[in-house]
Design a protein around this ligand. Structure first.
Ligand SMILES: NC(=O)c1ccc[n+]([C@@H]2O[C@H](COP(=O)([O-])OP(=O)(O)OC[C@H]3O[C@@H](n4cnc5c(N)ncnc54)[C@H](OP(=O)(O)O)[C@@H]3O)[C@@H](O)[C@H]2O)c1
Length: 292
């Protein structure tokens, strides 16, 4: 497999994990940069890059591939600074790793004839160094110029990840999907946790008791897909159970009633797709969720 020299601008949580994995796959870290020297030194303890500097353009010049892994708000400016200081070698390819931004944010480089792309791992990196290879088997979306996509495929393979190609204009919606699946899952589980606490279950286990149920549901979704993974009162058409939930939440946790009902509204069409309950029952369920 093609080996390359790379620089990481922004050796934070993603940048450091990426550098460690690329290095362990035989690619050469020629430079790393961050805002603070202490942060660079901490990361370089694992990366052993040849050049370190708080000025990005001083570490990018020998790189075939430059990853700008700063916070999203700094990507455009960082790319412009590198270009303004002639920081790229003539065949360099520049990537950023934001989920919501496209490669167009790197226009300072593409306007000068450089290939640019975005390469977004669909995973959360909470610390600078995770055990093992945190990229293994995850999906990484790649978008950008043909040359950036071609190298992106090699990078994804090198990280032992799986590739999803995405259009430049699809990135915002793709990122919204990731936010719903990851961040809003947290919000949803907080709703469940609050309902359990209100039911009298001790706070320290209010979430833990749900864990096997959550994992079982994820397994069912993976094996059977949607709509067949849906179980419970809406899938069975148990109108009385739904009414009881609404009454209890209205009495004890009224702040969560709108969320419970909204989720119900979007669950009825999933139950309909299973074709197990009558149209009359489906309409009665809808009335419960749309009613006051
Ligand atoms: N972490 C994740 O779970 C994850 C997952 C997928 C994609 N991403 C994407 O990866 C990128 C980085 O996210 P992150 O979570 O790794 O952020 P992070 O941990 O906050 O790290 C950001 C890094 O950028 C450096 N930095 C900040 N401003 C800079 C500037 N103006 N010039 C040069 N370096 C600068 C910081 O320096 P200091 O270390 O000195 O503060 C730090 O090293 C983002 O585009 C994000 O959307 C992150």
């Amino acid at each position: 497999m093609q080996k390359f020299k790379f620089a990481i601008i922004g050796c934070g949580r993603l940048g450091t994990n990426l550098a460690i994995c690329l290095k362990s796959e035989g690619h050469t870290p020629v430079g790393i940069s961050a805002k603070r020297m202490e942060s660079i030194q901490e990361s370089n303890h694992w990366i052993h890059a040849k050049t370190v500097d708080i000025c990005p353009w001083n570490v990018t010049q020998k790189a075939d591939v430059v990853f700008i892994t700063t916070p999203d708000d700094s990507i455009e400016q960082t790319c412009r600074q590198i270009i303004n200081h002639n920081g790229l070698n003539q065949d360099a390819i520049v990537y950023h790793c934001s989920g919501s931004l496209s490669s167009e944010i790197l226009s300072a480089a593409s306007n000068e004839g450089f290939s640019v792309g975005s390469l977004h791992p669909l995973q959360s990196f909470p610390v600078k160094r995770l055990d093992g290879n945190p990229f293994e088997n995850i999906y990484i979306s790649v978008e950008g110029s043909p040359k950036a996509i071609a190298l992106g495929k090699i990078i994804v393979k090198s990280l032992r990840a799986r590739l999803t190609e995405i259009s430049t204009k699809g990135k915002k919606m793709y990122h919204a999907a990731a936010v719903v699946a990851s961040n809003y899952l947290v919000t949803l589980l907080e709703l469940s946790r609050q309902l359990n606490i209100t039911a009298g279950i001790s706070e320290d286990i209010a979430l833990t008791v749900l864990t096997p149920l959550i994992q079982g549901t994820l397994n069912n979704i993976e094996k059977q897909g949607i709509p067949h993974a849906l179980t419970g009162p809406i899938a069975r058409g148990d109108i009385q159970t739904v009414q009881d939930h609404i009454t209890s939440i209205k009495q004890s946790l009224p702040g969560y009633l709108a969320l419970y009902k909204t989720l119900g509204k979007y669950t009825v069409p999933i139950a309909k797709a299973q074709q197990n309950i009558s149209d009359e029952t489906l309409l009665a369920l809808q009335d419960e969720f749309y009613g006051k």
